[in-house]
Write a protein that binds this ligand. Structure first.
Ligand SMILES: C[S@@+](CC[C@H](N)C(=O)[O-])C[C@H]1O[C@@H](n2cnc3c(N)ncnc32)[C@H](O)[C@@H]1O
Ligand code: SF4
Ligand code: SF4
Length: 333
């Protein structure tokens, strides 16, 4: 991965170290729109109406604010981000400032990869099963074929991973999708579905989920191309089955809605409702005034964008090796 953006690590790294005892976001997630070309059963977002979307200039205003607050990693998603005609411009601006990733359903990927490939450090394409089961969950026939075609083309240019959302309808597909990732020579990330009030309730039954998490942990230890850390699977097993909660640190990730409003305290609580406009907010001040302690033992969701950073520890060598040495440092060479 030669196109990793190293600039923020150099210019903002020392700044962050000085402020090490303060709470600041390190990762940003941003929904570029809610509109989507698929109709996933477990997803609440395509059901929302978009207001006027941010212009590229407003997107840049948001990025400047996030960079000043110390954000290093930026992840774009939606709705379906490839539906935005100005996506390449937005990604180019992001790539100048942040390590930049995109989560897409992959339907339009084959046609748009050339425009965006130079501005991405990592690409996630959602696949929820093989063939018909994927199409069934995603609500559109033929979706699987198109997304796989997209992965085949895109992975020639950008490091790519499948994003698999575990629901009660696709638990038998998870191991097949690990095999698919191996065949496609990409990685795979797992995330457990959360039951939003405005979507179909598809979160998996806890008993069956336990078996699957144990199998995925075993495969991970054996070297399967699974992105989740071992700690991700262990934390869910400890918390949901052995009453040993992980400490959630939602302040490490800042989410911004399609209008430029910050989603507090996290993606899930309040069902992704933005409140304060990012450009009107002193993020450092808000982050250090906000009552994050209330959420430390929440453990309600297992969204990897919150759980993985919450688990990170500089004192755990295997984690530092896996997340920093193997992923970030090796991508610089
Ligand atoms: C909301 S989508 C937006 C990006 C793009 N449309 C896609 O599907 O990849 C981002 C990710 O959230 C996942 N997702 C959807 N509904 C979810 C739920 N109820 N719980 C957890 N993840 C969910 C999707 O499968 C996808 O991997
Ligand atoms: S493709 Fe993504 S945004 Fe669209 S409905 Fe599915 S999960 Fe939601
Ligand atoms: S565990 Fe709770 S506080 Fe943490 S991200 Fe999930 S819903 Fe938010």
């Amino acid at each position: 991965m030669a196109n990793m953006n190293v600039k923020p690590f150099i210019t903002r790294g020392p700044y962050r170290l000085i402020k090490i005892y303060k709470k600041l976001p390190l990762i940003a997630g941003h929904k570029l729109l809610y509109t989507c070309n698929l109709r996933c059963k477990m997803c609440p977002f395509w059901r929302r109406k978009d207001e006027k979307l941010l212009s590229v200039d407003e997107e840049v205003k948001m990025m400047r604010k996030l960079a000043d607050a110390g954000v290093l990693f930026m992840g774009f998603e939606g709705g379906e981000p490839l539906l935005r005609k100005d996506l390449a411009e937005i990604l180019r601006e992001s790539h100048e400032r942040f390590h930049t990733s995109l989560v897409t359903n992959g339907i339009l990927l084959k046609h748009r990869i050339n425009e965006i490939k130079n501005y991405l450090d990592y690409l996630f394409v959602s696949i929820d099963g093989i063939g018909k089961i994927h199409d069934h969950i995603r609500g559109v026939d033929g979706a699987f074929e198109k997304s796989i075609e997209g992965i085949k083309v895109a992975s020639q240019y950008v490091p790519t991973a499948i994003s698999f959302t575990i629901t009660r309808e696709n638990m038998d597909e998870a191991l097949k999708v690990v095999k698919l990732a191996e065949e496609l020579k990409v990685k795979v990330n797992f995330q457990v579905a959360y039951d939003y009030s405005t979507a179909d309730k598809l979160s998996p039954s806890h008993e069956r989920l336990k078996e699957l998490l144990e199998s995925l942990l075993k495969l991970k230890i054996e070297g399967a191309p699974i992105i989740n850390s071992k700690e991700y699977f262990k934390a869910i097993l400890d918390s949901w089955y052995n009453s040993k909660p992980w400490e959630c640190k939602p302040w490490l990730t800042i989410n911004i809605d399609p209008q430029g409003r910050i989603v507090l305290p996290c993606y899930v609580l309040n069902e992704y409702n933005g409140s304060l406009y990012v450009w009107d907010t002193d993020i450092e001040d808000l982050w250090n005034r906000y009552d994050w302690d209330t959420y430390a033992n929440c453990n309600k969701c297992a969204l990897s964008c919150y759980l993985e950073p919450s688990l990170f520890s500089w004192s755990n060598f295997s984690m530092v090796k896996e997340r920093i040495i193997d992923t970030i440092i090796s991508s610089l060479v």
